[in-house]
Design a protein around this ligand. Structure first.
Ligand code: UGA
Length: 430
């Protein structure tokens, strides 16, 4: 079993730490945030990810938490970089935390393999390697091992990965990184560092493209009377297309797709190539978030001032408290700008949203959000909204109007109860 130092106690770092501990490895998690490390030591996991707290608790004896770089690096045979790489103002990836981690490496003689899990632009590994060589750190090797975890199902995605991608210049290094995954029944693709880095960007950009594509089809369906849910089903039955990531809705969000699509576009541009398709993917996604406003105006009239609009769900998708680039942010901000009274509820993401948009009224339950509402928008398809007692909800709303931003509710059933229902790319039912 190996000793791994995980740098960065965010989603990726903690999931990697917990799952690698489960595979039998000894882990030291290092983060510069002393409060975070202190709460992790006490067994409190600072993010919401189903099963993560339990997994960390189960393998707690194999996981240490520290803020001490020197200590953490010294004992790690593998140093996993799991720091975040947010977008800069120019849309490039901000690599400052990667460089910070490199700066903190101890100039000892112990052998280490730096493994980058953070999403970094193609070419970053080569730059890091050159910098290590420049500093004379020839005892430190390098590999890229991108992550393909989805928030909300990250542990299952790790333990049952479709593939494990390992990029290294030396096949022996790739084999050592791949060996860490022994116990997981997933194919390993060993390749060079640049290709591994590109696999990550290309995968996320392709999935985002699929979503923007089906969203445009949905918009054309609305104009022509077709139903996108059936269209997506029919398309997905073609094995060359596949059924996944064809759910039309109010746009993709999260900490990955928006950032990575933009970073790939900038990466291409910086290399002298104009990646036209990604411009459209981004623009379609931005417009998709705003289309709900037009739908609300169709039912409530042009004037939304003073209208009470209930937003069910604020997280960028269910089973996470993450609101980064969530469609709810654009939607709530646009509604507030129109003078609407926005009432929001999310089972776990409310505290994050409250800090960002204090002008929204946050309530404790979906039913409370719907009380007196002129319309309701399903923003995030949490199970509890699908299982809501909609018949009671109808009696409490001022007007029974439901805009289903995720095509997740049973439209005909709601219409039978007397709701006016409209999804995305489906026929509206009154
Ligand atoms: C995404 C990728 O799916 C992971 O493989 C990748 O590892 C991760 O980014 C990352 O780079 O770290 P994640 O952002 O957690 O994972 O969430 P997804 O489940 O992919 O959903 C992203 C957004 O797309 C959500 O807002 C979701 O509502 C939306 N979506 C997804 C759709 O609108 N339609 C779909 O059919 C699927």
């Amino acid at each position: 079993m190996s000793r791994l130092t995980v740098v960065g106690a965010g989603y990726v770092g903690l999931v990697t730490a917990a799952c690698m501990a489960r595979l039998g490895h000894h882990i030291i998690v290092m983060d510069v945030d002393a409060d975070k490390i202190e709460s992790l030591r006490k067994g409190k996991v600072p993010i919401y990810e189903p099963g993560l707290a339990e997994l960390i608790a189960e393998y707690r004896e194999r996981i240490e938490f520290t803020t001490d770089h020197a200590d953490a690096y010294k004992s790690g045979e593998f140093i996993y970089l799991c720091v975040d790489t947010p977008s800069t103002a120019s849309g490039d990836a901000d690599l400052s935390r990667i460089w910070q981690a490199i700066d903190n490496l101890p100039p000892d003689e112990g052998e280490h393999i730096i493994v980058t899990k953070s999403t970094v632009p193609v070419g970053t590994g080569a730059l890091v390697k050159a910098e290590l060589d420049h500093r004379g750190y020839r005892h430190i090797m390098y590999a890229s091992n991108p992550e393909f975890l989805r928030e909300g199902t990250a542990i299952a995605d790790f333990m049952h990965a479709d593939r494990v991608v390992v990029g290294a210049d030396d096949p022996a290094i790739a084999a050592r990184v791949a060996a860490l995954y022994k116990g997981i029944d997933s194919p390993v693709l060993a390749t060079d560092v640049a290709s591994a880095e590109m696999i990550k960007y290309a995968s996320n950009a392709f999935l985002a493209t699929k979503i923007s594509f089906i969203n445009e089809i949905a918009n054309v369906c609305e104009a022509t009377g077709a139903d996108v849910t059936i269209v997506a089903k029919g398309m997905g039955m073609d094995r060359r297309i596949g059924p996944h990531f064809l759910q039309a809705g109010i746009g993709y969000g999260g900490s990955c797709f928006p950032k990575d699509v933009s970073a790939l576009k900038q990466l291409a541009g910086n290399s002298g190539y104009h990646f036209q398709l990604l411009n459209a993917v981004i623009e379609v996604n931005e417009l998709q978030k705003r289309r709900v406003i037009g739908k609300l105006k169709r039912y409530l009239g042009e004037e939304l001032r003073g209208r009470r609009i209930a937003l069910l769900g604020l997280a960028f998708k269910p089973n996470t408290d993450d609101i980064r680039q969530a469609s709810s942010i654009i939607l709530a901000s646009r509604l507030l700008a129109e003078g609407a009274h926005v009432v929001g509820f999310d089972p776990v993401a409310t505290p994050n949203m409250r800090t960002l948009l204090p002008a929204v009224t946050y309530v404790e339950s979906a039913m409370e959000a719907l009380q007196g509402a002129d319309a309701c928008v399903l923003v995030t398809e949490w199970n509890e909204f699908l299982e809501l007692d909609w018949a009671s909800a109808k009696t409490t709303m001022a007007r029974p109007i439901v805009i289903d931003g995720r095509n997740a509710l049973d439209g005909p059933a709601l219409a039978n109860m007397g709701f006016t229902y409209e999804g995305v790319g489906t026929r509206s039912i009154a």
